[in-house]
Design a protein around this ligand. Sequence first.
Ligand SMILES: [Cu+2]
Length: 431
Amino acid sequence: MIIHGPDNADYDEDLGPVMLTDYYHDDYFSILKDVMGTDLTKIAPSSQNNLINGKGNYNCSLVTDDTTCTENAGLAKFEFTSGQTHRLRLINGGAEAIQRFSIDDHVMEVIAYDFVPIVPYTTNQVTLAVGQRADVLVKANASASGSYWMRSSISTLCSVTDNPDALAIIYYENANTTAQPTSTSWTIDDSNCANDDLSKTVPFFPIKPPAVNTTVEVALSFELNSTGNFLWTMDASSFRTDYNNPILPLLQADNSTANIKEFPSEWNVYNFGSNKSFVIVINNENAVAHPMHIHGHNMFVLSDGLGTWDGTTQGSSSNPTRRDVQLLQPDGYIAIQIDADNPGVWPFHCHIAWHVSGGLYINILERPADIPSMVKTPSEVDALCTSWEAYTARQAPDQIDSGLRKRSQSPEVKRRQHLKNHRAGNVRHNL
Ligand SMILES: [Cu+2]
């Protein structure tokens, strides 16, 4: 889905989405069983291919268990018109990989990140972690018979892959489309696991973040739990949700502080109360990069770096970078600021599929006092909850990650049942 907003730069042709995706021949559930298992050699699966707009070539004899593997599936193709400026909407829609996107012999003008227009800047490579998007303009300044490789390479420094290099082809209007390009790649910088320096990504429409008096620091780490399974932790707590007790309806029914305090600690709820704006600092205590994604907002990215935050804003303090996914560097930190302009419960999590499965997730609770009056869920959504209750009463879903897993004898389940009764008005508390 393309949402057309106000343009901050002129172009002639919109080539639409360009999806960059690491690819795995195993199905997701099988991968996840390994990731969530106790064999620590399997917690960081390696992608087998890298695709542009879902296409790429592969030697299917390398996989024995994927009957749908297509030999030589071909490459995505794009058409340039000489003299025209083309807009490409780059999307990293993958699972784990950090992508380095480039077009041989062409520079790109980046005009937006994560759909936030920025002051355009020119580069020959764009770095996108999972969930990140970039809008780039490319001037077709070669001859009308030209053809060029479009490339996206998985960072071999920051990611795990058997085959980093994705290719697509750009044909100019008079190119011989039966021949492959002979162009050569730019030299790609893969020397760190960071997004572009924040001083480069200046929002086109400036917003000055308001002063804050609340800063919360969260340590990002991991643990082996009592059964030896690998889990990610946020302030020593690995996230695990209960699909039968979503937090928002619990708050719509009872938004009292006492009720919120009863939420299980594994729901990782950070209550920011009536704060109008607040800062969250994530300190990465491991040597893996994490693209941190917020729902419901753009975040001001005040700072990102190695070590710990010194409290200053990088780039412009009156107009810092805004986006909704920001790379947290290995052994680094990010400091982000969020304006509480959207009451609700908002996920803030790593966008690497198996990291969020392993609990790398917190809930940001924003203006709980306003939730019953301002947050209305459609009746269809409420009906879905009722249907889910009925379905799961008959059979427990096989949920092996940070989502629901029924553990009928555990104290946690009994506590949740208690909560549910409480919500239904069956329990009275002595507060
Ligand atoms: Cu992560």
